[in-house]
Design a protein around this ligand. Structure first.
Ligand SMILES: [Fe+2]
Ligand SMILES: [Fe+2]
Length: 156
């Protein structure tokens, strides 16, 4: 599995959770569970993606802008998630902010796949694409397990 296939697999998990989250708005218990799962997945994905995808892209002139843009959107989504934490989960305000976060997430995943992946394919060699895919999966799984065991410190 190369880096692009590995990232797309994670993106699909996030899209699925986002759809389930929207469908569960009227069921607080379900909504809470799905939102928790999506947060964990987003956090593990962002960090692993920065290490296995954006760091190598920073090394090439052709992709440095894409890397900057992608990382800054991760930061924006982190801030939106922190904002959600300050609201009453399930309140009208919370639901509105959550809708904005899902909208931003959708945009981000589409932009990565449609714009950044084609650019990255031009600068990353085949062997590197495979090695980065393995690195991504290893980091993602390790970070996800750390989050689930309650050690959120690794992700700030
Ligand atoms: Fe991303
Ligand atoms: Fe991504």
């Amino acid at each position: 599995m190369d880096i692009f296939e590995a990232l797309i697999a994670s993106h699909e998990v996030q899209r699925g959770l986002a759809r389930q989250l929207l469908a569960s708005v009227g069921e607080p218990k379900e909504r809470e569970r799905i939102f928790g799962e999506l947060r964990t997945e987003m956090a593990a994905h962002e960090t692993a993606e920065e290490r296995a995808f954006y760091v190598p892209l920073f090394e090439h002139d052709e992709t440095v802008d894409a890397a900057r843009h992608g990382v800054s959107e991760h930061h924006e989504m982190d801030e939106m998630t922190e904002c959600l934490d300050k609201r009453d989960e399930g309140s009208a305000e919370w639901l509105e902010e959550m809708g904005k976060l899902l909208h931003k997430l959708q945009h981000h995943l589409d932009e990565e796949e449609e714009k950044f992946f084609p650019e990255a394919k031009k600068v990353l060699g085949k062997d590197q694409q495979e090695a980065l895919g393995a690195l991504y999966r290893e980091e993602h799984d390790r970070l996800q397990a750390a989050q689930e065991s309650g050690d959120g410190k690794v992700m700030g």
